[in-house]
Write a protein that binds this ligand. Structure first.
Ligand SMILES: CC(=O)[C@@H](O)[C@H](O)COP(=O)(O)O
Ligand SMILES: NCC(=O)COP(=O)(O)O
Length: 243
């Protein structure tokens, strides 16, 4: 079986914690449980509005786990400074709009290469593995390679939100083609957003995809099954689908 990594996004543990302004549930405790049950890394998205993960969560996560941390961030001076201080294993540059409910699409890397270049350069220089969160679009993927990113995380939201049928099949075909292009350019291919037990195996079946990042669905499922069993089942269905 071609190995595939599972990154667990614990943003929405922080959403629940913030609902009462306290310290429970703790994203670091959730991360440890996920790592003990099949996760390879932990993703945290420090949004500009700090709606869930906060700055203290980032330092607590760095101190609290030894597994790789993937910091999702907007490509801003503020976030760059935080990343260079925190020095996570990886950073994933994502688009952010304050009014959005969640991430709505991929970063427009092709449209802002010169603006992104210094941010990507500074993070790579600091030894951080930089990925760009992109739609499965050839022009965007080519821009990621031009920028010196080491990975692309394909946005699977459009695929996950589509009902089974021709439109969803077409989006999966786009994702397959994009994964092939990412790998052909020598970058790692990751995927994420909206994945669940039904859709994640369809991405895991793509040989070029080497990492899935999954959060919201699993944190919801954890309310019923517990984080450990929820993550373990995701690991199982991903590996069962793996070529
Ligand atoms: C980029 C992406 O799809 C997610 O990793 C991101 O974290 C979604 O944002 P929220 O976690 O705020 O829903
Ligand atoms: N980059 C995708 C991620 O980290 C988790 O996205 P979601 O599963 O919370 O939609």
């Amino acid at each position: 079986m071609i190995p595939i990594r599972l990154g667990i996004n614990v943003d929405h543990v922080a959403t629940l914690r913030n609902a009462r302004g306290g310290v429970h549930p703790d994203p670091v405790a959730a991360a440890r449980l996920a790592l003990a049950n099949g996760a390879d890394s932990i993703t945290i998205h420090l949004r500009e509005d700090r709606r869930h993960i906060r700055d203290a969560d980032c330092t607590a996560m760095k101190a609290g786990i030894t597994a790789p941390i993937n910091l999702e961030m907007a490509a801003t001076a503020e976030m760059q400074a935080i990343a260079l201080f925190l020095l996570p294993h990886a950073c994933c540059l994502v688009p952010e709009k304050r009014a959005e409910l969640t991430t709505e699409g991929g970063l427009d890397a092709a449209g802002q290469v010169e603006a992104l270049r210094p941010v990507v350069g500074a993070l790579v220089e600091a030894g951080i593995r930089v990925s760009l969160f992109l739609d499965p679009d050839a022009r965007q993927i080519e821009a990621a390679a031009r920028l010196g990113a080491k990975a692309v995380e394909l946005h699977t939201g459009t695929f996950c939100e589509a009902a089974p049928g021709a439109a969803r099949d077409a989006e999966l075909a786009r994702l397959r083609a994009a994964a092939g292009q990412v790998a052909a350019l020598g970058l790692e291919c990751h995927a994420g957003h909206g994945l669940d037990y039904e859709t994640a195996p369809l991405l895991a079946a793509i040989p070029e995809v080497v990492e899935l990042n999954i959060g919201h669905f699993l944190m919801g499922q954890a309310l019923f099954d517990g984080i450990g069993p929820a993550v373990a089942r995701m690991r199982q269905v991903m590996e069962a689908a793996r070529p």
